[in-house]
Design a protein around this ligand. Structure first.
Ligand code: F6P
Length: 519
């Protein structure tokens, strides 16, 4: 299939990308071993459901982004095995080949105890670091016990890595705030490894970051990587300021690197992206077909305008603010009532954490209140679907929608915005996008809003729904050109090439081992 970027999407191209398209065996890094992705979330979860085993793909932008890289590089993905049938579907080392129906790479599942999962994932990562780095007025909670489980779980991932990785020099791509100490721990096992850590969420200024009692340890652990990637230059600058304030290290502003105990780590903005073209295109189905079928499935009138929101239920995503903006739009433009619905897909997330339970309640209450207010109209303003949807389903909603609303209060990137653009191969649709997302730096043809400004967001949604089709097509074409020319393949290639290049610049084993100390 030919794409707008001119790059084909054939098995040959993928193989080429995986072998030499990345240029991984050339350059100062020399020969490399397996490419190993370490991310907390697994790309395939096995769940026991009334006696049968279901295979699920989690609702995570990160999985959408990294899966294609794992497939094309044929390497290894190490993740927490969190599904109720994960053990019985993997071998004695927790390993299985995936995708299960068409194996392309290996998944190794790490088993965490309930206490470890609670302290490392729910506690330190998601009640501490998540609110710390997303500045949305939810107070971070830092508990010493969570911190110790966070370290313990990171140790387990380092040991799992060491168990699977072969003799050759490994290339490791670590994902996100779950793993700040991991580069240092991996380095202890394999001083020769080429290591990158990609920080998918924002990084805050020193004034915010200093709240964390273990900020120094976090930063020092991260600096054992060869490359630290952030979504934007702004996040890189914040990180460097934190290094300056909190740890003993030498910052080189010219090469944008930090040297600590003889090891140099390079800091780079590397905005993440998505697969292009998408695998979820259904060519024979036209947009009018999809719209007609979806509206009839949802028992909605066939001629209404459709908005879509797709999120994990998370307080950073601005879901309540989005509903209030819809209410305001209908108040300000009463003829829209009965002629518009926002389909909100909300994947349940982190539901053991009280703040997430409160938010789920609030989302339902606000939707019910607004729907009751417009009860006389022929359709509800908000169609709420609080359940997991697979990517194929999500893409049908994207393609049917006149407007996609992404009004996160703060977001590292927000891959939903890019997925929506990728889904619109017909050139239609409009994107309303928060200025506080990483995606807003690239997708300047979106209708950009301040998500805290409810009136402004309401008018932007109204404007997107009432702009001339030619204007919308031009805007969408420009956004598609941007996403297609910087897909997750370009992102992955840049990240891995730089990791190998920078790791090749340093002396290997023995000489520097002592410098990494213990975590
Ligand atoms: O987008 C940031 C992120 O934390 C990803 O790392 C993660 O995959 C996603 O959100 C979903 O969160 P969780 O894995 O906690 O469900």
């Amino acid at each position: 299939m030919e794409t707008e970027s001119g790059r084909g999407y054939s098995p040959d191209t993928m193989a080429e990308w995986g072998d030499k398209g990345l240029g991984l065996s050339a350059g100062p890094g020399g020969d490399h071993g397996r490419i190993c992705v370490i991310a907390n979330r697994e790309p395939y979860i096995h769940v026991r459901n009334e006696g049968r085993i279901d295979l699920m793909t989690p609702a995570s932008g990160l999985v959408t982004a990294l899966e294609p890289i794992a497939r094309t590089s044929g390497g290894l993905w190490i993740a927490h095995g969190g599904g109720s049938a994960d053990r019985e579907t993997s071998n004695e080392r927790g390993v299985l080949s995936v995708p299960p129906n068409d194996p392309k790479y290996e998944l190794k599942r790490v088993w965490l105890t309930p206490d470890e999962e609670q302290g490392y994932y729910y506690g330190f990562a998601n009640e501490g670091l998540w609110p710390l780095f997303h500045i949305v007025h939810t107070r971070p909670i830092f508990r010493a016990l969570d911190w110790s489980y966070y370290l313990q779980a990171n140790e387990k991932f380092a040991a799992a890595f060491n168990e699977e990785v072969g003799e050759q020099r490994p290339v490791v791509l670590i994902q996100d705030y779950h793993f700040a100490p991991l580069p240092r721990m991996i380095r202890r096992y394999r001083p020769d490894a080429a290591i990158s850590l990609f920080w998918h969420i924002p990084w805050s200024s020193p004034d915010t970051t200093r709240i964390c009692p273990w900020k120094n340890e976090l930063i020092e652990g991260m600096l054992s990587a060869d490359l630290l990637g952030f979504q934007t230059q702004y996040h890189c600058n914040n990180f460097l300021e934190c290094v300056d304030r909190f740890v003993e290290a030498r910052i080189d502003r010219e090469s944008i690197s930090v040297t600590r105990q003889g090891h140099t780590c390079y800091i780079r903005p590397l905005p993440i992206s998505i697969e292009w073209p998408t695998r979820y295109e259904v060519p024979p189905e036209t947009i009018p077909d999809i719209r007609r079928d979806l509206l009839s499935e949802l028992e909605l009138p066939p001629d209404i305008r459709l908005g879509v929101g797709v999120d994990r239920i998370d307080y950073t995503k601005g879901i309540v603010e989005r509903f209030l903006a819809i209410e305001t739009m209908l108040d300000n433009h009463p003829d829209m009532a009965g002629n518009f619905t926002l389909i909100q897909i909300g994947a349940p997330s982190r539901s053991r954490i009280p703040r997430y339970q409160q938010l789920t309640e609030e989302v339902m209450q606000v939707a019910n209140r607004i729907n009751a207010k417009f009860a006389g109209a022929r359709c509800k303003p908000i169609t709420l679907r609080l359940t997991h949807h697979g990517p194929e389903q999500v893409f049908r909603f994207y393609r049917a929608a006149d407007v996609c609303v992404v009004n996160s209060l703060h977001d590292g990137m927000n891959l939903v915005a890019k997925e929506y653009v990728a889904s619109r191969s017909d050139g239609g649709g409009a994107l309303v996008l928060s200025s506080f997302t990483g995606a807003a730096r690239e997708l300047t043809d979106a209708f950009v809003v301040n998500p805290y400004d409810i009136e402004g967001t309401a008018e932007a949604i109204f404007g997107a729904l009432h702009s001339p089709a030619t204007v919308l097509h031009e805007r969408m074409a420009r956004m598609r050109a941007i996403v297609s020319s910087h897909s997750v393949f370009e992102w992955g290639r840049e990240l891995l090439e730089q990791t190998i290049r920078y790791s090749g610049q340093r002396a290997i084993p023995g000489e520097v081992t002592a410098a990494y100390g213990t975590a």
